[in-house]
Write a protein that binds this ligand. Structure first.
Ligand SMILES: NC(=O)c1ccc[n+]([C@@H]2O[C@H](COP(=O)([O-])OP(=O)(O)OC[C@H]3O[C@@H](n4cnc5c(N)ncnc54)[C@H](OP(=O)(O)O)[C@@H]3O)[C@@H](O)[C@H]2O)c1
Length: 338
């Protein structure tokens, strides 16, 4: 009998995630009620926010309850349907969770139809042409508001969101400086994504190098990391600068407050805008269309790191905090079976 393997949260981690924070359970695949469909999840998106969701920090959604299937964004195929909205074979996305199969539709998990986009591989529907790309797109264009000739700094610039945000600022004609961990990633983001410069935050001369690479100061900070890196960037912001506060991954494994010195916001009259990508949902179709076009034109490139099998998900989450991923981190849920 085919069962549904699930990973349930059984303990809130302190610091890094461990396999023992999750329990593997096998459940029968539930029978569908009218208005429901069954999805076989293909890819799970592994996101820094997964770590927030299993903490008891105040956040933008309820934390995952102990005992529940771990929350996670997935992409899969409808394999059975009792819903007029979903046909067998449809590709759909939603919060399918860390499990192999998910019931969607009436009284179950909501799902969006995600048809193939010409010239865009399926996996990118969770990455550069999905939530990740949309985060970069709306965060950079609506909140960063880059103007041609300005200097834009993006942290975690070799990562999924950062690499896209940085290229969008290049498309808009800015000088773009990426921050990444280690010389290899720094070289990569200049060579592959065409950034003007890269600065290694692990290097002891990080602050000096950032100053050298931003001789005219910084107009836009697309912030993915927070902590000491953000404070160093904030110290170089120009009057009237904008901060698109996308994430603060440096703090997610801790329980301490996330923000430090606020004074540049006053002194430099900055506009600091936090955002959660769901805020832009009514505009997603337009964003996806533009991202897809840039990908087809090879003006927007992306990397993916794919790990095999559902049970690799907890360890994969730690990769984001070690910088072991390059670009979008995905779990290929069923690949370990082959
Ligand atoms: N606001 C929203 O709606 C929204 C949506 C999606 C994502 N986000 C945020 O966007 C950020 C990036 O997410 P992502 O999915 O694209 O992940 P990602 O950038 O692909 O992966 C995280 C990267 O962060 C870097 N990093 C981790 N810990 C660090 C630290 N202590 N100091 C400096 N760099 C560190 C690592 O790169 P290095 O190797 O360079 O260290 C790692 O590869 C996260 O903060 C996330 O929460 C926000």
């Amino acid at each position: 009998m085919v069962t549904n393997t699930q990973l349930r949260l059984v303990r809130r981690p302190s610091g890094r995630v461990s396999n023992a924070d999750f329990e593997r359970t096998e459940q029968p695949i539930p029978a569908l009620a009218d208005g429901q469909a069954l999805v076989r999840t293909h890819y799970l998106s592994i996101d820094p926010t997964n770590r927030l969701w299993i903490s008891d920090r105040a956040q933008y959604m309820e934390p995952v309850a102990l005992g529940d299937v771990m929350r996670g964004i997935g992409l899969g195929e409808v394999i059975e349907s009792k819903s007029p909205r979903y046909a067998v074979g449809d590709q759909v996305g939603g919060l399918f969770g860390w499990q192999e199969f998910c019931v969607i539709g009436k009284g179950a998990v909501p799902a969006q139809s995600m048809p193939a986009i010409p010239g865009v591989p399926t996996s990118a529907l969770l990455g550069a042409c999905g939530i990740t790309g949309l985060t970069a797109y709306f965060g950079m264009l609506h909140l960063g508001s880059p103007v041609e000739g300005e200097t834009v700094v993006v942290s975690a610039a070799a990562g999924a969101v950062g690499s896209i945000a940085a290229q969008i600022a290049k498309i808009k004609g800015c000088r773009v400086v990426g921050i990444a961990g280690g010389p290899e990633k720094c070289e990569h983001i200049v060579d592959r994504f065409g950034l003007d410069a890269a600065v290694d935050y692990r290097s002891p001369d990080f602050a000096d190098r950032l100053s050298q690479m931003t001789p005219n100061g910084i107009d836009v900070n697309f912030e993915n990391v927070g902590g000491a890196i953000m404070e160093t960037i904030m110290g170089r912001m120009n009057v009237g600068g904008r901060v698109a506060l996308c994430g603060m991954i440096a703090n997610y494994n801790e329980s301490a407050p996330m923000l430090g010195d606020f004074s540049p916001i006053l002194m430099q009259r900055l506009r600091v805008s936090g955002f959660i990508i769901g805020d832009f949902a009514p505009h997603f179709a337009q964003g996806i269309a533009q991202l897809g076009e840039w990908i087809r034109e090879d003006r927007l490139r992306y990397d993916e790191t794919v790990v095999a099998g559902l049970e690799a998900a907890p360890a994969a989450l730690n990769q984001l905090f070690d910088g072991a991923n390059l670009g979008k981190l995905l779990v290929d849920v069923h690949s370990a079976e082959h």
